[in-house]
Design a protein around this ligand. Sequence first.
Ligand code: PGA
Length: 241
Amino acid sequence: MELHVFKTAQDASQYAADMIIDLVKEKPNAILGLATGSTPELLYQNLMADYKKNHTSYKDVVTYNLDEYVGLAPEHEQSYRHFMNEHLFNGLDINMENTYVPNGLGIPEENAKKYDAILNLIGGADIQILGIGTNGHIAFNEPGVPFECTTHAVDLVPATIEANARFFDTIDDVPKRAVSMGIASILKAKKIILLAFGEAKAKAIQGMFEDEISSQMPATALRNHPNVVVLVDEAAASLLK
Ligand code: PGA
């Protein structure tokens, strides 16, 4: 894994944005794997700013997202589909029909299977963007989920529900389940860019590099991938040896 430590989250996010912009210019029908959460927000702002200024076109780009909450309709303010529309897609010329997010409504296990079929048709991402949970989770692959899993329905652990409660009125409103791509699906990407900012992520970043490779620390699976770039700020890197 290649590690770059930046002074600020904005510096790291601009670096990541430049990698995506270069890819899309070179390969207009690039496949992007995308993530939600607070971590990629600056990256997405940078992509939208570049689109406004330089008109980099996403017309033929295909995207797929890592996960979606079970029980939330696409229009729900906290659904990941809504997040992606608001934080990125509406600010680009992307064809919405080329943007895939798992379906949160209906039977989760069936939606997971359908999503895997879509991913198999599209093929691995040219670049996959990832954040990391404070417990080392990647997408909603919580500690203990086998690396071999493809898209599946997951029960969120209490730590994740608590971490995500900040986006909901009360903790009881946070969905308890999600449909998530598995580690095996994520590792199909040609290149992976993992972003992490702030002191709260320092332990997870340390674990990703220094723990033994095990499903107990899901992010260690990335050490099995040949092309991972980790972009962090100084706070997130503070516990690395
Ligand atoms: P965050 O979430 O970007 O909101 O910190 C990351 C994650 O839980 O994977």
